[in-house]
Design a protein around this ligand. Structure first.
Ligand code: ZN
Length: 273
């Protein structure tokens, strides 16, 4: 009888442990600053919101999102599952963006005529559409490699003044290199745009990596891929050039979360411990 009681006690105590609320795991990778892509890991089956807006969660419980160039500094990530909830305040470091004077670009790309404006608008729509592609690929879980080696000749976020006229900020990382230098896929992915001659960006490729993450490659002299191609990390997708609004050969590469333009220079920090 005594033995029976002790077994019952044991069962009860282990049951009470199982019922007690286990905190949901939540690990955050990435730099808490404006322009950063963030990778959070919880567990399968959770739902998540950022500042009250729903976020998508992969089947393994990863949550990928980004903070734009001028993002508010105070943000709240909430992850829930079966009544369990974790709230994480994400306080960003603010960034100062430099003013960047670029002289010597073709004047038509600074003050386009009405026909060129019309053309550029149509192209922007195509680019916008390509970035709406949504799949459940999780290429961003693979540690990123740089698409080209070379001197960094332009950084994310800088306020651009072209031939003396203020224009949109710069959203990419520029890597200088001779025309013909291969451009390599930094992650595996799915080619959703491959255009040899867009008005502003010249030879342009967009690759999607799942969950609204895309990367973009501008000013290419040659394209080695077509829409629908699946690329592996390190595949040569094209060659550095100076097409579109450029003063010399360089790769301008970008990363987006949906329509939010993020800083590609911060990506390696996603994979540090
Ligand atoms: Zn650039």
């Amino acid at each position: 009888m005594r033995k029976f009681i002790s077994v019952v006690t044991l069962l009860l105590s282990s049951a009470s442990v199982a019922v007690a609320e286990q905190p949901l795991p939540l690990e955050i990778k990435g730099t808490l600053t404006q322009g950063a892509l963030i990778l959070a890991k919880s567990e399968p089956g959770v739902t998540a919101t950022l500042n009250g807006e729903p976020l998508e969660v992969t089947s393994q419980g990863y949550i990928v999102f980004g903070f734009p160039r001028k993002s508010p500094l105070e943000n709240t990530l909430v992850v829930t599952k079966n009544g369990n909830k974790v709230t994480r305040k994400l306080t960003l470091e603010s960034r100062d963006y430099k003013i960047d004077r670029v002289n010597g670009v073709p004047q038509k790309t600074v003050t386009p005529d009405p026909a060129q404006i019309k053309r550029a608008r149509k192209e922007a729509e195509k680019v916008w559409l390509a970035r709406q592609t949504k799949t459940t690929r999780t290429d961003f879980l693979t540690p990123v490699v740089k698409p080209a080696e070379g001197r960094i000749s332009g950084v994310y976020g800088s306020q651009r003044i072209f031939n003396g006229e203020p224009r949109n900020p710069h959203y990419g990382e520029d890597i200088a290199g001779p025309t013909g230098t291969p451009v390599k896929a930094p992650w595996p992915g799915n080619v959703v745009l491959a255009e040899p001659d867009l008005f502003y960006s010249g030879g342009t490729i967009i690759i999607e990596h799942g969950y609204k993450i895309t990367t973009t490659y501008l000013h290419l002299s040659e394209l080695h891929v077509e829409v629908g191609d699946k690329v592996q990390q390190g595949d040569s997708i094209g060659e550095i050039g100076a097409t579109g609004r450029a003063t010399g050969p360089h790769l301008d590469w970008r990363v987006n979360w949906g329509n939010e333009r993020l800083d590609p220079a911060l990506l390696p920090q996603l994979y540090q411990n």
